[in-house]
Design a protein around this ligand. Structure first.
Ligand code: SAM
Ligand code: SF4
Length: 331
C-alpha cells in the first residue's frame, strides 16, 4: 500500500509488532458457550472486508515488518474463498513473511486441508475442549465432535503441525486434562490450555466456569513429568515439554499470569478494525484507508494505532473487559 515509511512497528514500550491475526469473518458454525451467546448478532455482510482487501491488508502489514500472520475468526473456514485468500497471502512467505498459520474449530478441516497446505500453511491450531461427544455438543451447542476428529485426522495425514487449544472449564471438562494430554501425545499434537477471558456478553456468568491453569498444571503433574521449555513464540503461552514425548504443553493464563510485557501482536477484525490489545476497546478503522485513494493513510493510521497500544490488559472475571467477543478478533 502506497508510500509508507516502510519502517518497523515498535510501540512506546519498545515492543516490536511482528505478528498479526486477521479475522476472515465473525461468523461461526458453532456457538461455544464461553465464546458467544446462543443468539449472536453478526456483522452485516456489507461491513466485511472483501477477500481482496484482506490480502492487501496482509501485504501492507508485511511491508511494515510483520513476519507472522494467523487467519482466524469467528470460524475462518466458513468464509467462502477462505483458502483463496490464504493462497494469496501465502505468496508472501519468503518475501518478508515467515509464516502463515490458521486457527480453526476443525469442523471443515477435512474438506480444506489440502488447499491450506497448498497455500503454504504448515501449522494449524484447532480448538477442542473435550473428547467426549456429548460434552462437545453441550460446550459448542451446535458442534459435532466427529467432524472435528475427521478434520484433525486429515490435517495430520497431510503433515501439518497441529496444536490443540483447550479452554479450561469448571464442571465441563475439568476431569479431562490428563486424558487430553495423553491423547495429544499419542497423536503427535501440542496442547495449550487457556483460561476463559471476560470478553463480550455470553448467556452465563463466566465466574462459574473459571478454572485456573495453576490447578490444571497440578493435575497434569500427577501423571506427567513436565519439564520447563525455553520455547517461546512471543505470545502469551508459557511452555513445558512432556518427558518422553515430543509434545509441548502451553499455558495461556491471562487472569493468573499477565503476559503483556512480551506482547508482539495486534488483531484486525473482519470489518477492518485494528485492535491493539485483546482486553481493550481502542481501535483504529483501516477499512476507509483500504477503500480510499490516499495511499499514505494506511501507514499513518498504523503508526497512530501502534503508538497507542496499551501497556497491558487488566482482566477481572466479574466484568466483561470489552463488549466485543473473542470471535471478533479470533483470540
Ligand atoms: N473458531 C476458531 C476456533 O475456535 O479455534 C477460531 C476463533 S476462536 C475465537 C479462537 C480461540 O479463542 C479458540 O481457541 C477459543 O477456544 C478461544 N476463545 C474463545 N472465546 C474465549 C474466551 N472468552 N476466553 C478464552 N478463550 C476463548
Ligand atoms: Fe466459534 Fe471458535 Fe467461538 Fe467456538 S471458539 S464459537 S468455534 S469462534
Amino acid at each position: 500500500m502506497g508510500c509508507g515509511t516502510n519502517t518497523g512497528l515498535q510501540d512506546r514500550y519498545g515492543r516490536q509488532i511482528s505478528y498479526v491475526r486477521l479475522s476472515l469473518t465473525d461468523r461461526c458454525d458453532m456457538r461455544c458457550r464461553y465464546c458467544m451467546a446462543e443468539q449472536m448478532e453478526f456483522l452485516p455482510r456489507s461491513e466485511i472486508l472483501s477477500l481482496e482487501e484482506i490480502a492487501r491488508l496482509a501485504e501492507a502489514f508485511v511491508a511494515r515488518g510483520v513476519r507472522r500472520i494467523r487467519l482466524t475468526g469467528g470460524e475462518p473456514l466458513v468464509r467462502r474463498g477462505a483458502t483463496d485468500v490464504a493462497r494469496q497471502i501465502g505468496r508472501l512467505i519468503g518475501h518478508g513473511l515467515d509464516e502463515l498459520a490458521i486457527t480453526t474449530n476443525g469442523a471443515s478441516l477435512a474438506k480444506h486441508a489440502d488447499d491450506l497446505w497448498d497455500a503454504g500453511i504448515r501449522r494449524i491450531n484447532v480448538s477442542l475442549d473435550t473428547l467426549d461427544a456429548n460434552r462437545f455438543a453441550k460446550i459448542t451447542r451446535i458442534g459435532r465432535l466427529d467432524t472435528v476428529l475427521e478434520g484433525l485426522e486429515a490435517a495430520r495425514a497431510r503433515g501439518f503441525l497441529i496444536k490443540i487449544n483447550m479452554v479450561a472449564l469448571k464442571s465441563l471438562n475439568d476431569d479431562e486434562y490428563s486424558d487430553m494430554l495423553a491423547w495429544c501425545m499419542s497423536q503427535g499434537f501440542d496442547l495449550s490450555f487457556i483460561e476463559t477471558m471476560p470478553l463480550g456478553h455470553i448467556d452465563e456468568d463466566r465466574t462459574d466456569r473459571f478454572y485456573p491453569l495453576t490447578a490444571v498444571r497440578e493435575t497434569l503433574e500427577q501423571s506427567f513429568n513436565l519439564l520447563p521449555s525455553t520455547h517461546r513464540t512471543g505470545g502469551p503461552a508459557r511452555y513445558c515439554s512432556v518427558e518422553g514425548s515430543q509434545t509441548r504443553v502451553g499455558f495461556i493464563s491471562p487472569l493468573t499470569a499477565n503476559f503483556c510485557a512480551s506482547c508482539n501482536r495486534v488483531r484486525v477484525s473482519a470489518s477492518g478494525k485494528l485492535y491493539m490489545c485483546l482486553g481493550h476497546e481502542d481501535h483504529v478503522d483501516l477499512r476507509g484507508a483500504l477503500r480510499g485513494d490516499d495511499p499514505s493513510l494506511f501507514d499513518k493510521l498504523l503508526d497512530q494505532a501502534i503508538g497507542a497500544k496499551p501497556e497491558r490488559h487488566d482482566f477481572n472475571l466479574g466484568f466483561a473487559a470489552t463488549q466485543r467477543h473473542m470471535s471478533v478478533t479470533g483470540g
